[in-house]
Design a protein around this ligand. Sequence first.
Ligand code: AVI
Length: 386
Amino acid sequence: MSINRAWMLDRSLLDTGHWLLERAPTSNTPVAKEGMMPDSTTTSSLRLSEVHDQRPDSSHFLADVLEGLTGPEKSIPCKYLYDERGSRLFDGICGLEEYYPTRTEMEILRRNIIEIADCAGPACQVVEPGSGSGTKTKFLLDHLEDLHSYVPVDISRRHLARAAEDLARKFRKLRVTPVCADFTQPFEIAESPPEHGHRLIFFPGSTIGNFMPHRAGEILALLAEVAGPRGALLIGVDLPKDQEVLERAYNDSKGITAAFNLNLLARINRELGADFDLSGFEHHAVFNSQESRIEMYLVSLRRQTVTIAEEEIEFQAGQAICTEWSYKHDLSVFEELASYAGWKRQQVWTDDRDWFSVQYFTHDIDLGGLDAQPYALKQQSPFRPK
Ligand code: AVI
């Protein structure tokens, strides 16, 4: 039975236990303590601007959850996996041996940084959707010539402020100008890149794979507009590979991915007053080779009813909530997808096993281009939904 069609699982397919929740996160999960600054020195000596708050709309949680759980195929948008605890658990996932994307992408950056910096050229204004204060960002910024400024963009004001300050402390001469916005919607950057430089969008981690292809195309088109004239994109894209390797990466033996997935239900209980019994659901991730994506589910272990905002939601035993898709795009498919968003691929770097890729794109679109369809995929794109 194909899970993506029926959205129900045979109980016998489930062999991961909910005990995993108690085991995660463990001491090897890097935990950022809330409210803690990187050190005690003041921020006045840093070249750090106030957060430019574009007030991203985050009020749809309840509506999205109810809509997703009351349809015939239950799902919840994956963006809700990332509350404070979810983000910490995701950091834990990135450190796992089985989760190859983080270390493989870092290895590609390390091996090819001279060529990457050459492509980028001098005086870049680096814009990072989904701000990272992590190793990859620091490593890239450290190697770019005559760096102009760094613009982290994140929907979570708290996370953004912390990440921006961390960066500003490490790069004392660098101007850091954080923007609080949802990068999947149009957003603005107040400061222009320098005349002799350009904007470089840095989008690592294969986050683009968490969007359906047509939506990924729209986001790439939006990022082309943000990049502006002579803009460039440096993006991490996970590649198709052996099913076993993929499924191991999303069903890790320490149970951190399971805890990350189940945390979504805990968040719904906490923030929306629901009564999910977490021991009644189990994490499951499978590779759908036809669609070339990992599909992550929470599977009901028994027949049960859950109440959310006075709405009663029935679950059959084996019925699954889809919580994430993670596409593994072939190099040529991704090139085509990006081309409908106006990007032209210049370079690709991969690891020895071709598990992951870092790709460099440029574009020549004037603002308002893309056949006068801002933020939309071109009409003729095969990735548009039917
Ligand atoms: C953020 N994103 C690219 C991760 C992925 O691999 O799709 C999220 C993730 N989900 C489970 N493990 C990691």
